[in-house]
Design a protein around this ligand. Structure first.
Ligand code: SF4
Length: 263
């Protein structure tokens, strides 16, 4: 079975065994939620409920998609919702984790905006009695300095437990100081940065991105520039990433066979 088509530069496929993320919104980054727009557009189709398409939903039939895919793939997990929304049940998360644990030929990027829920779930993991698996990375999204500081606290704890961690700064909504934010914490293993992609995207100044690029270089964190702020609509082409920002590094542990950096 083929994975769902995607246009996310840092992964080769998305995998959505759980979708949905009903309110309340928890970040300014949620204001133009792509997942919610897609769920409403697909209302009544593709596994989205007709009456409440963005409700947290487990899709049993998708659990084995990675197991059936032979080609090594780097998956972004449940980007059509938030796996750590309060309405997502722990037994669902356990099943998703177990499916990822079993598919060691792939790489899995988990991602959430709910720092506390993810941290608590991982700390409470009862079924995992081995060291954290190298083919899974746990990520948090931060759009502002305050979110960055809080995300790093959780990622740092996970990192100390031995998990690979990553940070998504998308959509970046203000300049942030990554260097000083990491002085009291363990730095994440990867930083992915992107401007907002929406019909009316909020600005992301190129200099905000340059500052993060430079902090990553000093901290020796692989840096991946995904996109500038991008207005989407029929016939529109995305703005080019300035040459000095077009850096697309991937940590060794998350690379697929034959992958190289673009820097
Ligand atoms: S947490 Fe993610 S999926 Fe949920 S509303 Fe915000 S942007 Fe959308």
């Amino acid at each position: 079975m083929s994975p769902i088509p995607h246009k996310i530069a840092y992964v080769t496929a998305t995998w959505n065994p759980v979708t949905g993320c009903p309110g309340p919104k928890i970040s300014r980054g949620c204001d133009n939620c792509f997942a919610e727009r897609m769920a409403k557009r697909l209302r009544g189709r593709c596994g989205y409920r007709a009456d409440d398409p963005f409700r947290a939903t487990m899709h049993e039939d998708r659990l084995n998609q990675p197991a059936l895919r032979r080609r090594p793939t780097r998956y972004l997990v449940s980007d059509m919702g938030d796996l750590w929304h309060d309405d997502v049940l722990n037994p669902w998360r356990n099943r998703v984790f177990n499916a990822a644990l079993a598919s060691t030929r792939h790489r899995f990027l988990f991602l959430s905006k709910r720092f506390t829920n993810m941290g608590k779930y991982i700390l409470d993991l009862l079924f995992l009695d081995t060291v954290p698996p190298p083919h899974i990375a746990l990520g948090l999204t931060a759009c502002t300095q305050d979110e960055l500081n809080r995300a790093l606290e959780t990622l740092s704890r996970l990192s100390l437990m031995g998990w690979h961690t990553w940070l998504s700064l998308e959509p970046l909504l203000e300049p942030v100081d990554l260097y000083h934010a990491t002085q009291e914490t363990t730095a994440p293993d990867w930083v992915v940065l992107g401007g907002e992609k929406a019909q009316a995207p909020r600005d992301m100044e190129p200099d905000w991105a340059r500052a993060i690029r430079d902090d990553c270089a000093v901290l020796e964190i692989p840096f991946f520039m995904k996109q500038m702020a991008t207005k989407v609509g029929p016939g529109l082409t995305p703005p080019a990433i300035p040459g000095d920002l077009f850096i697309r590094q991937i940590p060794q542990t998350l690379r697929l066979p034959g992958e190289i950096d673009h820097a």
